[in-house]
Design a protein around this ligand. Structure first.
Ligand code: MG
Length: 291
């Protein structure tokens, strides 16, 4: 082994779904639908019909409707308009103070064990990147993956350039795992485990429902961790208990991100386990380097 090499597997990635995980509603409902007076149930019903009758992918169906429905042809969803609506998003309790809190927690734990650990946050969402670019918590994220339009010179959406649905969401976990964050980087080429930037054991996926199952399954199967959240004023629904029973997630918790909440406790326990594992792997690495 190269004596000058350094232990690199000390980065932890927290990967979040957005809608129903960090925010209470689908982001379009707090922003676009409010501004345009659109009834959410009617809109999503029409999206489902396009999928059922016309064979549309649901994500493409909603993204196309937001370009071609008469109301959007009249007043197009420009990038600036989407960005400007982001402040309307309603988060679950504690979300805005959660990131600095959990960053401090990891810093403290690593210091206590005398190791260096870096924590990175990622969003993987089927929502709209132009909205997420304007949210108050944007500065905490290392990367945000979400659906995108290409815009014409006058700012109108021309076509969909990136659509993220529940199954292709998993490719972004591999991007994070391999450190190939740019979309033009080929993630299908083989990379040995030790070369990967963030091993799956250091990845935690946090989501709220069925659309997160592929990501949860991929993370757990590769030795990572997953937590499912549900609205804090309700009890866990059947689907969440089902995720737990099927071992798609390690834990479920109400989506209350405040300090001292059940979710914070579960995530801190998960992070402690990962940090201890990093300490162990670091020690193994040091001994093999010296031998
Ligand atoms: Mg969701």
């Amino acid at each position: 082994m190269n004596k000058r090499s350094v232990f690199k597997h000390n980065i932890i990635a927290l990967c979040y779904d957005f809608d129903g995980t960090l925010s209470r509603h689908n982001m379009q409902e707090d922003t676009i639908f409010k501004e345009y007076g659109i009834r959410p149930l009617k809109f999503w019903k029409e999206v489902n019909l396009l999928a059922k009758r016309e064979g549309y992918d649901k994500t493409l169906a909603y993204l196309n409707k937001l370009i071609y429905d008469p109301v959007f042809q009249k007043k197009p969803l420009t990038e600036a308009r989407l960005l400007g609506m982001a402040h309307r998003i309603k988060y679950y309790p504690g979300v805005e103070s959660f990131f600095p809190m959990i960053n401090r927690f990891v810093e403290r734990e690593a210091k206590r064990l005398g190791i260096k650990v870096k924590l990175e946050h990622y969003i993987i969402s089927s929502g709209m990147k132009a909205i997420l670019n304007g949210v108050s918590i944007k500065r905490y994220f290392h990367e945000i993956y979400a659906c995108e339009y290409e815009y014409s010179k006058d700012g109108q959406p021309k076509c969909v350039k990136m659509a993220i649905n529940e199954t292709n969401k998993t490719q972004f976990l591999f991007r994070i795992n391999k450190g190939y964050l740019r979309l033009d980087q080929d993630i299908n080429s083989h990379m040995p485990e030790e070369k990967r930037r963030i091993p799956f054991q250091n990845i935690v996926y946090i989501g709220d429902g069925n659309s997160d199952v592929p990501c949860m399954a991929v993370t757990i199967k590769n030795g990572g961790h997953a937590i499912a959240v549900y609205p804090p004023e309700r009890k866990a629904q059947k689907k969440h208990l089902g995720l737990l029973r099927a071992k798609r997630v390690d834990h479920i918790a109400p989506a209350n991100f405040k300090k001292g909440s059940e979710f914070a406790g579960i995530l801190e326990l998960t992070l402690k386990t990962i940090i201890q594992n990093i300490q162990f792997n670091h020690s193994v690495y040091e001994q093999s380097r010296e031998s």
